[in-house]
Design a protein around this ligand. Structure first.
Ligand code: NAD
Ligand code: UDX
Length: 480
C-alpha cells in the first residue's frame, strides 16, 4: 500500500488530499498540521473551511483511508510520498519584505522531513513557491540525508476556492515537474499514477522542475491581469457612458480572448493573486528584469486603484463625507461560496470608510464576527500566518458591528455597499431595505449583482461598477 502524507491541513491540503483519498481507496492518506484546532475541526462535524461538496467527500473516506493528525513526525516517517502544502506568505521583514515569499514554514517542514525520515521519499511541492525553491529544498534534505534518497517534484495546485471540489474532480490539467534524471522521471511517473486514477492522461502535463514552479506564478499573474484589465476598463466606462458588462461580453466573444475572468469588480482578493504576483515581481527584479517587474506590478496597482476608487465614489457621492454615517456592508469574503477573507477587497474598502469615520454594520453569510474584527485590526501581510500565531482580535471596534442578516445591516443606514457576490444579495427585498434606510438612500454595488433599474425605480441612488452613472453621481465632483 502506498502511503501519502500531506504537511499542511489548509484550504489546499485538506480538499486535495480528501479527493486523492476518495479517488484512490487503496492509498492511505494522512493530512498533518501543527495547528491542533485545525486538526480537531477536520476530525469533527464542522470542518475548518467552508467549501461546497467538501463535507460529502470527507465523510466518504475519513477514518477509512483518510486521516487528520497532529502527529506530524510519525506520518511523515511512514510515508512514501510527502506533499508539502504549508503557507508561503509574503515576507513582512528583512530582505525582500513586502514582495518576496517567506519560506520559513516550508524550510521548517523540509528540516523536519530530513530529521524523521528512515526511508526514501518523494517530496512534492504543493505550496506555491518561487521558481528554484526545489533546489534549496533539495539541499536541506540531502545535507541531512543519512543516506536516504529524496526526489523533489513540483506539483502546483490550480484549484479555486468555492469550486475546489469540482476543480479537483475535473481539473483543466495537473502539472508535475521533476528532475530530468532517471530517478527524477521515476518519481514523476509515481505521482502521475496517483492522479491517473481519475485524471485523463492527456491532462497530466510533465515538465522540468523550474517550468512547473514558474507556471503556477505565471498562471495566477495572467488570471489577475485579466481582472485588472477589465477593472481598468470599468473606470473608462463610468467616464464615458459605456457599460463594462457589454464591453466584456463583446471582447470575450473573440475566441482568442475568451469569456472567462472578465467580470469587473471592486477588486480581486484571495490569498494567492497579490502574494504570487509580488513574488513574481521580486524574482524579476532579482534577475535584473526591471521592465518585466514593472509590467506585473501594474496589475496590483490597478487593483489597489479599483478599491480606493470605490471608497472615493462612496464618500464623494455622500456629500464628500461619511463621518458618523451608517454604512451597511453586504459580504466580507473575497468571493462567494467561501468563508475565506484573506486579502478580500472588503478589508481595504472597510478600512477606507472607517478612516473617513463611517459606522459600519457588516453582514456575511459565512464569515464570523471574530474573523472580521481580526481582519480589520491586522496589518498588511500579517494574514497569511497560521491562526495560532496571529494576534487575537482587538476588542470590538466602536465603528464596526457585525450582524446576522442583510436587513439588520441596512436598517437605519445611509448607504449599502455590496462587496461579495453572494447569491442571496440578488434576491433581497430592496423595497423593504429602502423603507428602513435614511434618505437619500444609496447602494454602491461593487459586484454588479443588483438590478440597477429596479432599484432606481424604488428610489435608490445606485452606483454599480463600470455602469453608466446615476444622474446624481454625474453631478458630484470627479473621483480620483
Ligand atoms: P493555509 O494557511 O490554509 O494552510 C497552511 C497550513 O499549513 C496551516 O494550517 C498551517 O498551520 C500549516 N503549517 C505551516 N507550517 C507547518 C509545519 N511546519 N508543519 C505542519 N503544518 C504547518 O494555506 P493554503 O491556502 O492551504 O495554501 C497553502 C499553499 O498553497 C500556499 O503556498 C498557497 O499559495 C498555495 N495555494 C493556495 C490556493 C488557495 O486557493 N488557497 C490555491 C493554490 C495554491
Ligand atoms: C485563484 C486561481 O483562480 C486559482 O487557479 C489558484 O489556484 C488560486 O488563486 P481563488 O483566489 O481561490 O483562485 O479564486 P478566483 O476565482 O480566482 O478569484 C480571485 C478573486 O478575483 C476573487 O476576489 C474574485 O471575486 C475576483 N474575480 C474573479 C473578479 O473580480 N473577476 C473575475 O472575473 C474573476
Amino acid at each position: 500500500m502506498v502511503k501519502i502524507c500531506c504537511i499542511g491541513a489548509g484550504y489546499v491540503g485538506g480538499p486535495t488530499m480528501a479527493v486523492i483519498a476518495v479517488k484512490c481507496p487503496e492509498i492511505e492518506v494522512a493530512v498533518v498540521d501543527i495547528s491542533v484546532s485545525r486538526i480537531q475541526a477536520w476530525n469533527s462535524e464542522v470542518l475548518p473551511i467552508y467549501e461546497p461538496g467538501l463535507d460529502e467527500v470527507v465523510k466518504q473516506c475519513r477514518g477509512k483511508n483518510l486521516f487528520f493528525s497532529t502527529d506530524v513526525e510519525r506520518h511523515v516517517a511512514e510515508a512514501d510520498i510527502v506533499f508539502v502544502s504549508v503557507n508561503t506568505p509574503t515576507k513582512t521583514r528583512g530582505l525582500g519584505a513586502g514582495k518576496a515569499a517567506d519560506l520559513t514554514y516550508w524550510e521548517s517542514a523540509a528540516r523536519m522531513i530530513a530529521d524523521v525520515s528512515k526511508s526514501d521519499k518523494i517530496v512534492v511541492e504543493k505550496s506555491t513557491v518561487p521558481v528554484k525553491t526545489a533546489e534549496a529544498i533539495e539541499r536541506i534534505l540531502t545535507h541531512n540525508s543519512k543516506g536516504i534518497k529524496y526526489q523533489i517534484l513540483s506539483n502546483p495546485e490550480f484549484l479555486a476556492e468555492g469550486t475546489a471540489i469540482l476543480d479537483l474532480f475535473n481539473p483543466d490539467r495537473v502539472l508535475i515537474g521533476g528532475r530530468e534524471t532517471s530517478d527524477g522521471q521515476k518519481a514523476v511517473e509515481a505521482l502521475k499514477s496517483v492522479y491517473a486514477h481519475w485524471v485523463p492522461e492527456d491532462k497530466i502535463l510533465c515538465t522540468n522542475l523550474w517550468s512547473a514552479e514558474l507556471s503556477k506564478l505565471a498562471a495566477n499573474a495572467f488570471l489577475a491581469q485579466r481582472i485588472s484589465s477589465v477593472n481598468a476598463m470599468s473606470a473608462l466606462c463610468e467616464a464615458t457612458g459605456a457599460d463594462v458588462a457589454q464591453v466584456a461580453h463583446a471582447v470575450g466573444t473573440d475566441s482568442r480572448i475568451g469569456p472567462k475572468f472578465l467580470t469587473a469588480s471592486v477588486g480581486f482578493g484571495g490569498s494567492c493573486f497579490q502574494k504570487d504576483i509580488l513574488n513574481l515581481v521580486y524574482i524579476c527584479e532579482c534577475n535584473g528584469l526591471v521592465e518585466v517587474a514593472g509590467y506585473w506590478k501594474q496589475v496590483i496597482k490597478v487593483n489597489d486603484y479599483q478599491k480606493s476608487r470605490f471608497v472615493n465614489r462612496v464618500v464623494s457621492s455622500m456629500f464628500n463625507t461619511v463621518a458618523g454615517k451608517k454604512v451597511a456592508i453586504l459580504g466580507f469574503a473575497f468571493k462567494k461560496d467561501t468563508g475565506d477573507t484573506r486579502e478580500t477587497a472588503a478589508i481595504d474598502v472597510c478600512k477606507g470608510l472607517i478612516g473617513d469615520k463611517a459606522h459600519l454594520r457588516i453582514y456575511d453569510p459565512q464569515v464570523s464576527e471574530e474573523q472580521i474584527q481580526r481582519d480589520l485590526a491586522m496589518d498588511k501581510f500579517e494574514w497569511d500566518h497560521p491562526a495560532h500565531l496571529q494576534p487575537a482580535a482587538a476588542g470590538a471596534d466602536k465603528q464596526v458591528s457585525v450582524v446576522g442578516d442583510a436587513y439588520e445591516a441596512a436598517k437605519g443606514a445611509h448607504a449599502v455597499c455590496v462587496l461579495t457576490e453572494w447569491g442571496e444579495f440578488k434576491g433581497l427585498d430592496y423595497r423593504r431595505i429602502y423603507e428602513g434606510m435614511q434618505k437619500p438612500a444609496f447602494v454602491f454595488d461593487g459586484r454588479n449583482v443588483v438590478d440597477v433599474e429596479k432599484l432606481r425605480e424604488i428610489g435608490f441612488i445606485v452606483y454599480s461598477i463600470g455602469k453608466p452613472l446615476d444622474p446624481w453621481l454625474k453631478d458630484m465632483p470627479a473621483v480620483a
